[in-house]
Design a protein around this ligand. Structure first.
Ligand code: GCB
Ligand code: CA
Length: 891
């Protein structure tokens, strides 16, 4: 009997204790949603039955920021949900917690206004205790607005400002006596490690406590430090008296840990700190939160670079944006997690969380995987000269620091990215005032962050206009200078990169230097054996990254770098090769692995690796260029072994030395399926990789019977290859006509004029297609296109787009170099005849289709008497043009 009673009491106590714990759960599913401002949307009687039903994470711009209409919806929208809340939570403290919503939020509960928040990237919460009805439904009505607000950064930037509640939302219930939740949505616990070295570490724990009861209460605050196995290492406990309604700060004395297990890149060891409040009288647990504790010390040196736990480390990594293919910024946790895993897998040890604080799981993963991070607030491109802008920026900085204060991975807090990229004035008093105000914002942010957290470094990122930043004293303010450099991309000379590094080193003595951005656009569908800047080819991407990595590795004073960017990301006003997307990622929007990613992986990871590159280029094409009727094209093989042997269709192509992470092999492709196999040995590890490639071989003589003609797809004015992945069609570059073969006669490749010279093709968005690269180049002044194909019936498709416009280029278009100059479209008219028959006499693309629209005309042509195919262009006014041609044999 006694035993039973004992068990009964135990059950009661345990059960009761648990009921006192925090309860946290998401309330993401099944919200009613509408754009606009419906009448009294916060009230119960507003009829939302016709609204859409959505799940959070949600954005309303996933489609309209990726369509052919410029702009995307920026304005108010509403989310509504009736939510039943258990009676069991009655009498407890309730908050609603948002991990992020872009960008202004107003919350109503049961018709009452609860509160608002400004800023699209930091977390926030509201106390909803007084308004919640228990054992009943509660109407949550949330207005979210992503309209341009001059007082909320960012004002402008090269990424899409997707609106919505795009991260998790939680309800949280606590005992009225709890660890505070009213301190900028922080955990209410701050871990500081004023001294850490190999033999000992001291930890100082600050706990914020709140008493929502109507009477004074006495509690015990416990902080228990456990090791990674959950074993208690240290415990402190203090008694605190809390008056009714009081939030009190309790600071622990320094807790010493001997021979601490350090948090490091290769061994990201984490202790856990359990912070508990106990009722002093009853000894019952009232509340508990857990924080990770990483013990490490670090230092940046302006000459020698970065040291973690006394060990020199070159920080090499990426920046990251938080969006994903067709999802905008509304991502499930798993997609965020995957990104950090991919960064680690690449060998990265640094993440610039840019240009804004990101989902908490990103930070969690960096803690777990040993990735050093910098986190920044989104003060980008420009400021507004108002106190409100300044205050909002300062508030954001506080939110950022407090919310992720306990993350061992964070070593740098950032603010201001290329703040003078969009200066509203270029001279005079106005510019002077603007510089003064920007300096004031910078100094306020610097002071705020240093006060909030003297244990970390501060950083600002500049673009290549050092004079602006020097004039405004911005180069003096932060502890670390981050330079965003794009020589060889926006600027022509890639070697200017290292000259700028050396200049900065000389100019800014004593300042820590990092390269916070660098990167070329890469559309993984595009390849070239004559790579050049702005061709978006994988090959140019490789050249660029190899150059940059080498130059940075040579310079110890470059503490680290974050290439731009881990992933391709949405930027609505961009065009490039994929409209609305910035494709400087080493991973695609869908996290497709580009060659540039493999390059870093081979250069950085220590584990043996071997991967055949051009991985995703599964359908290739080309013209016979050997006596054995093959087409030789080069393929990179990435490895960190010393040498690698490649086999093509079971024939060895020999061994090659790996230099800077890869070797290029000339692979003879045969028509149809090709099998590549690579072998290498690294230490005791035998490495092996295989890749299958479908090759569409085109004879050098089209009537060659051993290689029957089926189809060919040629881009004019272009040395590029392009893979149409939807159809597995391989596009190949143009060539000049030779009898028996095929090609163009006459004309020159279209090159757009830029401030520095010319660039391949055009950079405009071509409407009506998702194959921009096929239409963005053309041959101007073409006289004929000939193909000496065998007799038969053919579908001949001619592809055009007018690349020159007579209207002003949209000011919106984001281009750092801003060096594309507009050419005027003439009134172009020409005729076309095929095999002597006029098919179009007065063809005027601009008249019939306008500018920048993909036009494809398919002609059914019979080739007879061995005469082949002759397409002639007859100039009438302006120059003739052809962008691409597809010749397909019907019979
Ligand atoms: C930059 C910006 C970044 C852009 C990048 C680019 O310097 O900081 O936001 O996305 O250049 O790709 O132009
Ligand atoms: Ca749009």
């Amino acid at each position: 009997m006694k035993k039973f009673l004992y068990i009964f009491i135990m059950l009661f106590v345990v059960g009761w204790v648990q009921a006192q714990q925090r309860v946290i759960y998401t309330i993401n599913d099944g919200w009613k949603f509408t754009k606009g401002s419906p009448f009294e949307a916060q009230l119960d009687n507003c009829d939302d039955s016709s609204w859409e039903t959505v799940n959070i994470p949600h954005t309303w711009n996933d489609k309209d920021a990726d369509d052919e209409t410029p702009g995307f919806y920026r304005g108010p929208a509403w989310y509504r949900k009736q939510l039943f809340v258990d009676k069991s939570q009655e009498g407890r403290q309730a908050i609603i917690y948002f991990e992020g919503a872009n960008q202004e939020v107003q919350l109503y509960l049961n018709g009452q206004f609860i509160g608002e928040h400004k800023g699209g990237y930091t977390r926030f919460c509201f106390d909803i205790t007084p308004n919640l009805r228990y054992g009943q439904e509660n109407l949550f009505a949330i207005c979210v607005n992503n309209v341009y607000n001059p007082n909320i950064p960012p004002l402008s930037a090269d990424f899409t400002f997707f609106g919505g509640i795009y991260r998790d939302v939680y309800l949280q219930f606590m005992n009225p006596v709890h660890i505070a939740t009213n301190d900028y949505a922080s955990s209410g616990v701050y871990l500081r490690t004023p001294e850490v070295n190999k033999s000992a570490a001291s930890v100082e724990i600050t706990t914020l406590l709140t008493n929502e009861l109507s009477q004074t209460t006495e509690v015990i605050v416990e902080n228990i430090i456990c090791d990674a196995d959950g074993k208690e290492v240290r415990k402190t406990s203090t008694e605190v008296k809390l008056a009714s309604g009081e939030t009190k700060t309790e600071v622990s004395k320094k807790i010493k840990i001997d021979s601490p297990h350090l948090w490091d890149i290769d061994d990201p060891y984490r202790y856990m700190v359990y912070t508990r409040i106990l009722d002093k009288r009853k000894g019952t647990l009232l509340d508990e939160v857990v924080n990770p504790l990483g013990l490490r010390w670090f230092e940046f040196d302006s000459e020698k670079g970065f040291f973690l736990n006394g060990k020199w480390r070159k920080l090499i990594g990426t920046a990251r944006h938080q969006d994903y293919f067709q999802k905008g910024n509304a991502l499930r946790d798993e997609l965020h997690v995957q990104d950090v895993l991919l960064l680690k897998e690449m060998g990265g040890n640094f993440l610039r969380v840019s240009h804004y604080p990101q989902d908490p799981v990103i930070m969690e993963m960096c803690d777990k995987l040993g990735i050093v991070t910098s986190v920044e607030i989104p003060v980008v491109n420009a400021v507004t000269e108002t106190e409100e802008f300044l205050n909002n920026s300062v508030e954001m900085a506080k939110e950022m620091v407090r919310q992720d204060f306990n993350r061992p991975s964070i070593m740098i807090w950032g603010y201001m990215n290329e703040i003078f990229l969009r200066r509203p004035y270029t001279e005079g008093k106005q510019l002077e005032d603007y510089y003064h105000f920007t300096e004031k914002v910078a100094r306020s942010l610097e002071a705020t962050i240093r006060k909030e957290d003297p244990s970390r470094y501060t950083m600002m990122a500049y673009h290549n206009a050092p004079q602006f930043y020097e004039d405004a004293h911005l180069t003096e303010i932060p502890m670390i200078q981050g330079w965003n450099l794009y020589q060889g991309w926006y600027e022509p000379d890639i070697n200017e990169f290292q000259r700028l590094l050396d200049r900065a080193h000389k100019m800014y003595k004593g300042k820590v230097l990092m390269v916070t951005e660098y990167g070329p656009g890469v559309d993984p569908r595009t390849h070239s054996y004559q790579p050049e800047r702005f061709d978006f080819s994988q090959e140019y991407g490789l050249i660029y990254h190899k150059h940059y990595l080498n130059e940075m590795m040579k310079r110890p004073f470059i503490a680290g770098s974050s290439l731009w960017n881990l992933n391709d990301f949405y930027s609505e006003s961009r065009v490039d090769a994929v409209p609305h997307v910035n494709n400087k990622g080493v991973l695609g929007l869908d996290r497709e692995v580009k060659d540039t990613y493999l390059f870093y992986k081979a250069a950085l990871i220590r584990r043996p690796m071997l991967v055949i590159g051009n991985r995703e280029w599964k359908t290739r094409g080309g013209v016979v260029n050997t006596e054995q009727k093959e087409c030789i094209q080069s393929i990179p093989v990435f490895s960190n072994a010393e040498e690698v042997e490649l086999f093509a269709n079971n024939k060895s192509l020999g061994k090659k030395k790996i230099e800077s992470g890869y070797a290029l092999f000339d692979v003879p492709f045969v028509n149809g399926e090709n099998q590549l196999e690579a072998f290498a040995v690294a230490g005791d590890t035998k490495l092996h990789d295989m890749l299958g490639i479908r090759f569409q071989l085109i004879g050098s003589q089209l009537k060659d019977n051993t290689l029957p003609f089926t189809e060919m797809n040629v881009m004019l004015g272009s040395p590029r290859y392009f893979e149409d992945r939807a159809t597995n069609v391989a596009w190949i570059p143009e060539q000049e006509y030779k009898p028996g073969s095929w090609g163009f006669v006459g004309g020159t490749p279209y090159r757009r004029k830029t401030g520095f010279g010319t660039m391949l093709g055009s950079d405009i968005d071509i409407f009506g297609t998702d194959m921009n690269p096929v239409f963005q180049t053309q041959r101007v002044g073409i006289e004929s296109f000939k193909a000496d194909v065998p007799d038969g019936e053919y579908s001949v498709s001619l592809y055009w787009a007018e690349l020159d416009s007579d209207k002003e280029k949209e000011a919106l278009i984001y281009n750092l170099g801003a060096d594309s100059e507009q050419t005027l479209v003439g009134n172009r008219r020409f005729g076309i005849s095929i095999n002597g028959t006029t098919v179009l006499d007065d063809f005027n693309i601009a008249r019939d289709y306008g500018y920048a629209r993909a036009v494809i005309k398919k002609f059914i042509v019979t080739v007879k008497d061995g005469k082949g195919l002759n397409i002639d262009f007859h100039k009438k006014e302006g120059e003739t043009i052809l962008n691409a041609i597809r010749i397909y044999r019907n019979y």
